[in-house]
Every structure is written in structure tokens, then in C-alpha cells.
Design a binder for this molecule. Structure first.
Ligand code: TNX
Length: 538
């Protein structure tokens, strides 16, 4: 009997020790501070929600509670004595910062702003069973008991982005919204929407209907030749302006700012093929119209091109509330400008010595137009060497960390997204789908990114605005399934890089949280994520 009670005690101790840090502690991204306390709170049908006065989040909270508890909670305007979930604002918290406190009498979420409350809710959801992310409501009413805990949390970087290339592969409205919803679960807050590229123009522009009538389609019978996954079929699609407004609203609800990208003056085949007069006319490119066109750079000498760009930007600026507009400017081939007599004349007139100067000239004109339309600019890092860029222009540093360093050395803000850490179109292992030009980018590699390593200067480190994961889509042929596989769990790692303080960031710990609970959440969201088994070194 002695041995038995000893064993009983040992097992009891083991169970208690392991029950306390239950799945609740496995949060992604890891919060700044988290402390478990004595006691528990139980959500019952009598529990009420006390929303912030102008809050639209109570219904959202109820949708989640219903999935795990099978009942919805009543919303009341005044805080009762006990048994409530309160959503509050203020308390000297910064933007997107929040506190979450679960005590035996109540749950209180306090956000510095609406984004903070939203993220407090996301953390609360991660303390609930994964069914909270499912499609269905619990079949029978079941109260839910949560361990008392206190979380204090705020983002490391204000910009935590994900880019989606919808030009090479078209993602329909529903797929984009799914992508946004998953992002918001990870506290990612900037959606960089790569809307135009050589392989398709995806945004309706009323003044230039051919951009989508022609430029959104490729393959047999279309002005754009077949490319990448489209094979020999006719392939395409675009978003109407109503679709765009709906997506922007959906994103805003989830604390996501949508930054549209109109890629100019290169990667613009969908535009130049739809409006052939925009392309450089040269003697050896007699017909820039129709199939087989390779000219994807806008003529820099054609003044009407800048008027067209202004009209396009005007419509885009009205659709997107973001202060930023990404105007691309990556990988511009100066070959057409070199051959175009009009561009040669422009160079002469402006005293330019190389076609590279035409690129700078183009970039500065783009920036000016955006400013006149009330927007700040973002560009890919090729543009960062342009003299005279405005200090508010933000650079997407994609080549490597060195390009990010050079950007902040020039005094420009940077989004740190070097391909070899952040390009989630790269293969995740040697036998995988994807590009390899930036080598293998697995989840552990993404996690290893340290944006602060870009500069040693405290002053310049303020120019590091954040991080972004980029999903280029030329190798995706099933957008809805493959995107999930490409993006998850790599975006989970990126989210923690962008959100969590370095002191609470540790790969082994992340791996345990990811595989211990988080993959089950992704599964409940319906994400067909990439399974991987990296070595863990302790
Ligand atoms: C480079 S990154 C590109 C894209 C491709 C990507 C493929 C950048 C600004 N341009 O056009 O899709 O590589 O990894």
C-alpha cells in the first residue's frame, strides 16, 4: 500500500505539473509577457460580453465562442459584478498593443486601439480548443473553463506583411479573403497585393477597360501568350472595383491594411499588350501588338503614358484607404529604351548619360504622381539608388540583407524581405515544388531572420519598418490548395519574427508550440500546410 500511494502521488504530481502549462501556453506569435495564475474562468450561457462603445467585435467574438461552446453570449452596455468578457480601449497602450487578463470573475481585453482589442481576441482564441477556427457550431451547449492568465503584448514592428502575387496565378475573391483571415490569426497586418505583372492585369480600371478585357487573360486567342501554369489553356480573371472594396473592408475588419501594387514601368506586359501604343516603337520591333510581344517596359518618352499612369493611380487611390501605393519598379530592362529613338531623344534633351538614368527619371515621376494623388510610395529595392526620392518613400528590400542595409544607409525606410528568408515561393526541401534561385527556404530559415541585423546604428534601426513574406505565383497551379502549402507554416515563423521581441524568440520553443498545438489550429482553419520534420538541437 505504501508503494501504491507513493506511485499515486508521483503520478498526481506529474499530471499537475504537466496540466498547468497546457496547450494554452502554446501561442504564436509568442507574446511579450505571459503569466499563469491561480484559478479559472468558465464561459457559461450566463456570461455576458461588455463591448467597447463603438465596437463591432462582440459579434465576431460570439461567432468564435459558438463554435466551441454551442451558445452565443448576450451583449450588455454596463459591466456587471462578475461573469463577463469585457473589451476595452486605452490604458496607455500603444497601437496594436493589448492586455488580456483571465481571472476567476471575468475576462478583460484592453487594446491601445481597435487593432489591440482585435489581437487580444486572437490570443484569447489561441487559448480555446482549435475548433474555434472551424466551420461548425458545437452541437450541444458546453461551458468552457480557462486557466487564469495574464498577457501583456505589443508588436516589435509596425509592418508585418504578406505579399500575394495574383497576376501569375489568379486567386478569386474568396481565396483572397481566406488568405487575409489566416494572416489576421497570426497578427500580420499588411497585405501587399501584387495586382499587375506581365502575366495578367487584375484590377478593373474604368477609364482603361482593355486592361482587364485583354490584359487579364492569356493563352490561345489572347494578347498575352501562355505562361507558367496556364499551359495552353485560356487563363485569367480580375477583380471588379466592387470586389476590391469588399476585400478592403474585409481586411480592415481584421486590422489589415491593403497596399496595392501596380508594377511599373517594367513587368508591365499586360498593360503594353492591351494598349500597344504605350510600348517603345523601334524599327526592329515593328509590331508590339498581339501574341509574341516581349516588350514589357513602358516607353519613357511618351508623355501620354504618364497621363495614363495618373488616371490609373487616381482610380486605385480612391479604392484603397492605405496611405501607401506600391509602384513596383523591379527588374526593369533598359534594352527597349536603348533602342527607342524617342527615348534616345529624351536622354539627349535631359542630358542623361545612360539608360539607367531614364529609370531614375521614371521612378521620380511615378513618385510625384502618387504624391499628387495623396499617396506615399513603395518601390522594390532597385529604385532605392534613385537620387532625390522623398524620405517618406518605403523600399521593399528583396535582394538580400545588404540591399536593406544600403537602403537605410541612404536614409530610406525599409521592409526587410530578403528572398533567401522571406520568399515563400522557394522550395522548402530539395524535392519540393518551387524556385531555387534563393536556395531552400524552410520554416527554420524564415525563423532565423533578424531584421535588426540590417544596421548597427540605433538611429538607422528606426528605418527598419518590418518584414514581409512574399508568395510569387508563377509556379502555383492550384491557387487555393497550393498557396496554403507554400505559406504555412512559413508565415507562422515570419509572423513571430515581425511581432515578438528577440528575448522571447527561440526556434526550439517555437517548434514545440508549432507542432504541439498550432498545426492543429491550421488544420481546423482548413489549411493544407506543408509537413516538415527539421532536426532540433537542444
Ligand atoms: C523575382 S522579387 C521577382 C518576381 C518573381 C520572383 C520569383 C521581384 C521584385 N521580382 O517577379 O516572381 O523573383 O521568385
Amino acid at each position: 500500500p505504501m508503494i501504491n500511494s507513493f506511485r499515486f502521488l508521483a503520478i498526481l504530481t506529474f499530471v499537475i505539473l504537466h496540466a498547468v502549462p497546457g496547450h494554452g501556453q502554446q501561442l504564436i506569435p509568442q507574446p511579450s509577457e505571459l503569466a499563469y495564475a491561480e484559478g479559472r474562468f468558465t464561459i457559461t450561457p450566463e456570461t455576458v460580453i461588455v463591448p467597447h462603445e463603438s465596437d463591432d467585435l462582440a459579434g465576431y467574438l460570439n461567432d468564435h465562442i459558438e463554435r466551441v461552446c454551442g451558445f452565443r453570449l448576450q451583449t450588455v452596455p454596463h459591466t456587471p459584478e462578475t461573469n463577463y468578457i469585457s473589451l476595452r480601449r486605452g490604458g496607455h497602450l500603444g497601437n496594436e498593443a493589448y492586455t488580456l487578463s483571465i481571472e476567476p470573475e471575468h475576462i478583460i481585453i484592453r487594446g491601445g486601439d481597435r487593432g489591440g482589442v482585435f489581437y487580444g481576441l486572437q490570443t484569447l482564441f489561441q487559448l480555446l480548443p482549435p475548433e474555434v477556427y472551424g466551420q461548425s457550431v458545437a452541437s450541444a451547449p458546453q461551458p468552457l473553463t480557462l486557466d487564469a492568465v495574464s498577457v501583456k503584448d505589443s508588436p516589435r514592428y509596425a509592418y508585418r506583411g504578406a505579399m500575394l502575387d495574383v497576376s501569375r496565378t489568379f486567386f478569386d475573391k474568396q481565396a483572397v479573403m481566406q488568405y487575409l483571415d489566416w494572416m489576421s490569426r497570426h497578427k500580420l497586418n499588411k497585405f501587399h497585393w501584387h495586382l499587375t505583372d506581365d502575366n495578367g492585369w487584375r484590377i478593373e480600371i474604368k477609364k482603361y477597360p482593355e486592361l482587364t478585357a485583354k490584359g487579364a487573360w492569356r493563352g490561345p486567342g489572347e494578347v498575352l501568350p501562355p505562361s507558367y501554369g496556364s499551359g495552353q489553356r485560356r487563363y485569367g480573371g480580375y477583380y471588379s472595383q466592387d470586389d476590391i472594396r469588399e476585400i478592403v473592408r474585409y481586411a480592415a475588419f481584421r486590422n489589415i491594411e491593403v497596399i496595392p501594387e501596380i508594377n511599373l514601368p517594367g513587368h508591365a506586359l499586360a498593360l503594353t499588350a492591351s494598349y500597344p501604343e504605350t510600348f517603345c516603337r523601334t524599327t526592329d520591333d515593328p509590331d508590339p501588338n498581339g501574341n509574341g510581344v516581349t516588350g514589357n517596359v513602358l516607353c519613357a518618352a511618351r508623355e501620354e503614358n504618364f497621363e495614363m499612369i495618373r488616371d490609373i493611380i487616381h482610380e486605385v487611390a480612391e479604392l484603397f484607404p492605405s496611405h501607401y501605393l506600391h509602384l513596383g519598379s523591379d527588374e526593369v530592362s533598359t534594352r527597349y529604351w536603348k533602342k527607342c529613338p524617342h527615348c534616345q531623344a529624351l536622354m539627349k534633351k535631359q542630358g542623361m548619360k545612360s539608360p539607367q538614368e531614364i529609370f531614375s527619371y521614371f521612378v521620380l515621376r511615378l513618385e510625384k504622381i502618387a504624391h499628387e494623388e495623396g499617396k506615399r510610395c513603395m518601390f522594390w529595392d532597385e529604385a532605392s539608388a534613385t537620387n532625390g526620392l522623398s524620405a517618406g518613400t518605403v523600399i521593399s528590400g528583396w535582394h538580400d540583407l545588404k540591399a536593406c542595409t544600403e537602403t537605410v544607409d541612404r536614409g530610406l525606410p525599409v521592409i526587410v524581405m530578403p528572398a533567401s528568408y522571406c520568399y515563400i515561393d522557394m522550395k522548402q526541401n530539395a524535392f519540393d515544388r518551387g524556385h531555387t534561385w534563393a536556395w531552400l527556404v524552410d520554416t527554420r530559415r524564415v525563423y532565423a531572420l533578424d531584421p535588426a541585423s540590417v544596421t548597427a546604428s540605433a538611429e538607422k534601426s528606426k528605418l527598419v519598418r518590418g518584414v514581409e513574406g512574399a508568395l510569387w505565383a508563377e509556379l502555383l497551379d492550384h491557387p487555393d490548395r497550393i498557396a496554403e502549402y507554400q505559406a504555412y507554416p512559413r508565415l507562422c515563423a515570419l509572423a513571430e519574427v515581425g511581432w515578438s521581441r528577440p528575448e522571447v524568440r527561440d526556434w526550439n520553443d517555437f517548434y514545440v508550440r508549432l507542432t504541439g498545438t498550432h498545426l492543429a489550429r491550421l488544420d481546423a482553419m482548413g489549411i493544407g500546410f506543408h509537413l516538415f520534420a527539421p532536426e532540433i538541437k537542444y
